[in-house]
Write a protein that binds this ligand. Structure first.
Ligand SMILES: NC(=O)c1ccc[n+]([C@@H]2O[C@H](COP(=O)([O-])OP(=O)(O)OC[C@H]3O[C@@H](n4cnc5c(N)ncnc54)[C@H](OP(=O)(O)O)[C@@H]3O)[C@@H](O)[C@H]2O)c1
Length: 268
């Protein structure tokens, strides 16, 4: 299924739902596709003016689902049962995309047996700047996911993974936003101690972070270590600092933190 001319319903116009809507608008996808967004109550400031012109806002899930080809579920996991009960038979035959953390494909198939296609999507908040890393899983053939990959490719990068890895993806990609932001904040604070004012230090930290990531991304899968070797002169300041960070447990702390998050998500 291609995305062109499809009607998309976002059920749950909260943080994630509205970030997806804004990303679709910014990517120009709403020129060829209709968008309906629902929530139970629409506070006035919830919708940016541009979206008011491009999307239909509704409080009626059943009607929105009935009109849609693709239904994006963006409510909290504990709100899913209400949504499914409200939409009822309208879900039959539809393409359903669930962003709900921790709700497995098996659970979704059990709860929406009449769905045409079910896809799980785990994006992160960088959707807002169309730089999300979105992990997708589905029981369907890859070719059937084309329209869904098109939606999330417009909002960043996508990867199709086993559903068993979705909890790990949540930690690495969705929680990962917080981990990387803390690293940027810490290097900014270091820069302030070395003499920069806060805005300058943050600008340097952010651009350096983007540069390091781009060295790997744009060099077609280059590995971090050769890039590190290029900047670590023997007896120089970089290796001195890097080894001190490792003596203090930098890599170990990051790996242990990821594993702790993963253990926690599996308990929730
Ligand atoms: N934020 C992230 O980084 C992230 C990343 C990946 C996945 N997720 C997942 O995305 C989902 C949404 O997260 P969020 O941060 O966007 O939550 P949120 O801001 O609380 O948004 C949920 C929205 O759903 C609406 N809603 C609740 N019940 C509804 C119903 N019966 N019908 C229609 N709308 C309803 C709520 O509005 P009303 O109360 O007005 O109805 C609210 O606007 C969660 O399941 C989360 O696990 C989030």
């Amino acid at each position: 299924m291609k995305l062109n001319d499809k009607t998309i319903a976002i059920i749950g116009g909260g943080n994630l739902g509205m970030a997806i809507a804004q990303g679709l608008s910014a990517a120009g996808l709403l020129q060829h596709n209709k968008l309906i967004i629902t929530r139970r109550k629409w506070p006035e400031q919830a919708v940016p003016p541009q979206l008011q012109a491009q999307a239909t806002l509704s409080t009626d899930n059943r009607q929105a689902v009935a009109a849609a080809d693709i239904v994006l579920l963006c409510v909290q996991p504990q709100q899913l049962a209400d949504v499914l009960a409200g939409a009822g038979q309208a879900l039959g035959g539809k393409t359903i995309v669930s962003t709900l953390t921790g709700v497995t494909l098996a659970q979704l198939h059990a709860q929406i047996p009449a769905a045409g296609l079910i896809v799980r999507a785990m994006p992160n908040t960088a959707l807002a700047v169309r730089m999300s890393m979105t992990c997708l899983s589905s029981r369907a053939e890859r070719a059937q996911l084309a329209a869904i990959e098109e939606i999330f490719a417009a909002l960043g990068k996508t990867i199709v993974i086993d559903d068993d890895l979705m909890q790990a993806a949540t930690v690495l990609a969705a929680s990962g936003i917080a981990f990387w932001l803390r690293l940027i904040r810490a290097t900014t604070q270091g820069g302030i101690q070395l003499g920069f004012d806060a805005p300058e230090a943050q600008q340097i930290a952010v651009q350096t972070c983007l540069g390091a990531a781009s060295l790997l991304q744009d060099n077609n899968g280059s590995h971090p270590e050769p890039e590190i070797d290029k900047v670590t002169t023997p007896r120089g300041c970089t290796i001195e600092g890097l080894n001190e960070m490792e003596h203090q447990g930098l890599s170990s702390a990051l790996i242990k933190g990821l594993v702790a998050s993963y253990q926690k998500i599996n308990e929730i």
